[in-house]
Write a protein that binds this ligand. Structure first.
Ligand code: HEC
Length: 109
């Protein structure tokens, strides 16, 4: 339930910011899973656990933060690998990826 609320709030956040132009397109975690496995898992791990210290996990921050980071990379700021990665994805694909990232088990302290 908490994760569901997190996904919904990201969707609300991005819709409100206009980043997600076509509100009729619903993010699909299953599509996000395919995208994640194809483009992200190599560096960030199958369940977002990362490969420390080289690649950060995607299971320790809120999905809102990851959404903001992806927008930042997409705007050309930060690590070149991630800037190129984010620019190669559409807004819809990023939504789908975030919906899937939100399902990762949170990192244990
Ligand atoms: C070739 C390796 C590689 C691939 C593939 C990759 N990343 Fe990354 N990613 C990185 C590195 C390296 C960083 C750390 C960048 C930095 O230090 O600022 C990073 C950082 C991030 C961050 C910020 C995490 C944080 O807590 O700082 C997010 C979010 C992210 N990646 C998402 C993705 C997504 C989504 C994909 C798939 C579309 C992806 N990455 C694919 C290497 C990769």
């Amino acid at each position: 339930m908490r994760r569901f609320i997190r996904v919904v709030s990201v969707v609300a956040l991005l819709t409100a910011s206009g980043a997600w132009a076509d509100a009729s397109v619903q993010p699909a975690p299953s599509t996000g899973k395919e995208l994640y496995k194809a483009h992200c898992a190599l560096c960030h791990g199958g369940k977002g656990q990362g490969v420390p210290p080289m690649f950060p996990g995607l299971n320790s921050k809120s999905v809102e933060v990851y959404a903001a980071m992806m927008q930042n990379y997409r705007a050309g700021h930060g690590h070149k690998v991630m800037v190129d990665m984010a620019k190669s994805l559409t807004e819809t694909q990023i939504q789908e990826l975030l919906a899937y990232i939100a399902t990762f088990p949170p990192k244990q302290p």
